[in-house]
Design a binder for this molecule. Structure first.
Ligand SMILES: [Zn+2]
Length: 252
């Protein structure tokens, strides 16, 4: 199921049901059921990044191979520590940065690139957007802010909160980006203790391939060190996102 098919189906049902209700064959309550079914399906598409409801998304790799991704930075306190851990472990990660933070901390963004990681767009300021114009502004200004520092436009885009809508989809298509999701949210932004993050990842690690962290949470670097160790202990292969997805990270 995708957005287009859902709408065609809904219109089809309405066209059949309205005359049937008018003629007294069907009760009008069926329209409520139809509306509820439509809303539930749409909600699944909007909130489940793996649903691919609006457009194709990379969110899962081969079993046994795992990649690390970080959202919301660069952050002057946490990002350098995350980079230290990744360097020590020789792990190449992907950073989905907020454009406004990239503008504030260009040196950090350059360091991320210099150390062999890749950079993706996580919008200009992580705001909720409800119009097509606002979505385009968020995506394009995010692209511009990154390009200003690293000299190229990224292909990788991760929507804030993992929320996809028709508006954000059209903005992503305009910039010819690919949506990068995840199949394990470490919840490091919400739980906020090192142990909680480790336990959450540990519980789901075996079937996980794309891990989501935040390089804005002070406990993330220490949790990361142990999680990398855990992956290696479990015989998992740590790969970079471009390697895992086969998708070029930058526009030529
Ligand atoms: Zn975010």
């Amino acid at each position: 199921m995708n957005y287009q098919r859902l709408n065609i189906l809904a219109i089809g049902f309405v066209l059949i049901l309205v005359p049937a209700i008018a003629l007294g064959f069907v009760t009008w309550k069926v329209l409520i059921i139809l509306f509820l079914a439509y809303s539930v399906t749409l909600g699944w598409g909007v909130f489940d990044i793996g649903s691919q409801f609006f457009m194709p998304t990379f969110w899962r790799g081969k079993k046994g191979e795992v990649s690390f991704t970080f959202d919301d930075g660069p952050d002057p306190e946490v990002t350098p520590k995350v980079l230290d851990v990744l360097r020590e472990a020789n792990v190449k990660a992907a950073f989905f940065v907020i454009g406004r933070n990239a503008e504030k901390h260009p040196k950090l963004l350059k360091q991320i690139m210099d150390e062999g990681h890749v950079v993706g767009n996580h919008t200009y300021n992580h705001a909720y957007v409800f119009s097509k114009a606002a979505a385009e502004k968020q995506v394009t200004e995010g692209q511009d802010a990154i390009e200003k520092v690293i000299g190229k436009r990224t292909r990788y885009f991760r929507p804030p909160f993992g929320v996809m809508t028709p508006e954000i989809t059209s903005a992503i298509r305009k910039e010819k980006c690919t949506v990068i999701g995840w199949d394990l949210r470490s919840q490091d932004g919400r739980i906020r203790t090192k142990e909680a993050t480790i336990n959450r990842v540990k519980a789901h690690l075996r079937k996980s391939t794309v891990l989501l962290f935040h390089d804005t949470n002070p406990t993330t670097p220490d949790a990361l060190r142990e999680i990398i160790h855990l992956c290696k202990q479990n015989g998992m292969k740590i790969v970079s996102l471009p390697e895992q997805s086969g998708i070029e990270p930058y526009h030529q």
